[in-house]
Design a protein around this ligand. Structure first.
Ligand SMILES: [Cu+2]
Length: 608
């Protein structure tokens, strides 16, 4: 819009130099100039909300690559051709080594020439991971807009991470605004020329009318563009192709705006490893309607797929399988105990809809000691399930609310009398200082499984089986500290948004609606509040969710920012009374802490 100021100033500046001979024409020109100024100002004041579907920040993808838990940050490509900066964040215990990265364009195009190199690696780089947790970077060359894959090879397996490089598209309303102002500018010159040269003043009305018409078009387009829905977003709502990424507006708009897709079937491959051995679990995702491979998972909460595995001892794994081929994922596991493991995956398909799919089968791990002598790996957790219950390590033993120590970190959970059907607030204070790092974009994660009967919920050998049949698996997030203290001083501008962000947890069951709240696209809503919120949150030391919010369309804080907590609050409504297993996860000192709890939820209506 501001680019269009020159025609305006040309018009008004020129009034002073009008030839005095044609008073009628001069009056017309003055009127035109006044109208122009007024319209110009109104148009600037009501600057159109750019319907830019491709605006986005960095892409954050967690990957369990072999034995390494890595987070890949794909920085936004700001110009084409240009570099794609990839930062690999490592955690405590990540082995040093070298990863080979490659960029592969995958987009098809109606234009043969443009799509011809799809599938070939156009750029390579390598990242040398050090032995200490940190960020290790590399840059790849990106030469076109469209769908791409980042290929990551650790020497024995290859992860393929899909991402979309947005094009620079101009929306039709923008074109109308530019066109209108340029036309108006040209016609003003014509008007002036006519006014000065032509004897009969009436002729000047013709180009002057054109000026008004052109301005009307420009201003109308500017005002209406704010209310026009953006086109479907390639890679977010519809499959990305080279064509629709380059110009989303060129694609014929469907009459529906429901882009949702059917649920999927999650199939587990056979898991050959025995207890204590390393083994690879393959997962395939097929479309529930067609049975075809569903290769349209989008990054949701910082990963393509969140895999939850609950073992017989009640140990929880929260892993992020790598995508090795279309609709095929795999993850390396070392399951320490024999017995049944319940498996659930959470992901979002393109077009919306987070799904949490529990594997109908789970997996059963045989006792490895029969032919292995003793389980390999020698961890204290490798107790055999045979011959009575092994003693659970203290860190795996679930406890009720209170203080306990996990990996040397004191953790205090408060959960004031959780009651079925009522929103409960669980607050975990992890450590004493606000040094939590946002893992997967969140200060804390809470996994809930239940209700179970007490014997199952406390069994050191049957928890996997019990989880397999539990009515509810839920996953709630904490965006920051205690909400009660939050509204007092933080972010007066965006309270509604906060309520959203925090409110998702009380939806019960599998619902998981915080993708919006984390702001893949809603930077506008956050623009007002983030600065004060961030400052307050850090200063107050009790943490604020606001610092996690993306600023101006940028990305939320990543794991390199250790400034949250120590409180992580979760709001969740237990639908039924009974015993629940709860795991709270947070990142501190570049390591993920997993804290198991056992909660008893009272029946509604005061019957305690
Ligand atoms: Cu996850």
């Amino acid at each position: 819009m501001n680019d269009n100021a020159p025609p305006t100033s040309v018009g008004s500046g020129s009034t002073g130099r009008i030839h005095p001979g044609t008073s009628c024409a001069a009056r017309v020109v003055r009127v035109v100039a006044a109208v122009l100024c007024a319209l110009g100002l109104s148009a600037v004041a009501a600057s159109p909300a750019r319907a830019d579907p491709t605006a986005g920040g960095d892409l954050q993808v967690a990957q369990t690559l072999g034995d390494r838990d890595l987070t890949f940050m794909l920085r936004r490509v700001t110009g084409l051709p240009g570099p794609l900066h990839v930062d690999v964040l490592t955690h405590r215990g990540t082995a040093a080594g070298t990863l080979r990265l490659g960029a592969v364009p995958t987009g098809v195009s109606a234009d043969r020439a443009e799509g011809s190199s799809a599938g070939t690696t156009t750029s390579r780089a390598s990242v040398r991971l050090g032995g200490t947790p940190g960020s290790y970077g590399a840059a790849l060359d990106i030469d076109r807009a469209g769908p791409w894959e980042l290929v990551v090879d650790d020497g024995s397996r290859t992860a393929r991470i899909p991402f979309v490089v947005p094009g620079q598209a101009t929306s039709p309303p923008e074109l109308a605004v530019f066109g209108g102002f340029v036309t108006a500018g040209v016609l003003i010159l014509v008007t002036l020329f006519v006014a000065v040269r032509v004897r009969r003043g009436a002729w000047v009305l013709l180009p002057a009318g054109g000026v008004v018409a052109a301005l009307a078009v420009a201003v109308t387009a500017a005002l209406l563009s704010a209310s026009l829905p953006p086109p479907p977003q390639p890679g977010g709502q519809v499959d990305a192709t080279n064509d629709n990424v380059t110009d989303p507006y060129a694609v014929v708009r469907p009459v529906t705006n429901d882009y949702s897709r059917p649920p999927v079937s999650l199939e587990l491959g056979s898991y050959p490893a025995t207890a204590g051995e390393r083994g690879t679990l393959r997962l395939s995702v097929t479309d529930g309607a067609t049975g075809l491979p569903a290769d349209d998972l989008v990054v949701h909460d910082g990963a393509l797929m969140h895999l939850l595995v609950i073992g017989p001892t009640g140990e929880l794994w929260h892993l992020h399988p790598i995508r090795t081929a279309p609709a095929t994922y795999e993850v390396r596991l070392r399951l320490p105990a024999a017995g049944h493991y319940a498996v659930s995956a959470e992901f979002a398909r393109l077009g919306g809809g987070v799904q949490q799919v529990r594997s109908a089968t789970g997996l059963t791990v045989a006792d490895g000691s029969a032919h292995n002598g003793s389980a390999r790996g020698g961890s204290s957790r490798n107790g055999s399930a045979r011959g009575g219950a092994p003693a659970l390590p203290a860190e795996l033993t679930p406890q009720g609310p209170g203080t306990r120590t996990i990996e040397g970190v004191p953790v205090r959970l408060s959960a004031p009398s959780p009651t079925a059907g009522e929103a409960s607030t669980l607050t975990a204070r992890i450590g004493d200082t606000p040094t939590l790092q946002p893992w997967l974009g969140m200060v804390g994660h809470m996994i809930v499984v239940g209700p179970l009967d007490k014997a199952d919920a406390t069994s050191p050998t049957r928890m996997g089986q019990a989880a397999q049949g539990a009515p509810v698996w839920a996953h709630a997030h904490s965006m920051g500290g205690d909400m009660s203290g939050h509204s007092a001083h933080d972010m007066p501008a965006a309270p509604a948004h906060d309520a959203d962000a925090m409110g998702h947890g009380d939806a019960g069951g599998m619902e998981h609606g915080d993708a919006d709240a984390m702001g893949h696209g809603d930077a506008d809503a956050m623009e007002d509040g983030h600065e004060t919120g961030k400052g307050d949150g850090h200063g107050a030391g009790t943490g604020s969710m606001s610092g996690l919010m993306p600023l101006n369309g940028d990305s939320p804080a990543d794991e390199t920012v250790a400034a949250y907590g120590p409180d992580a609050s979760f709001v969740y409504t237990f639908s039924r009374p009974g015993y629940y297993r709860v795991w709270i996860q947070a990142e501190r000192d570049s390591a993920i802490l997993t804290v198991p709890y056992l909660l008893r939820v009272s029946p509604a209506g005061g019957a305690r």
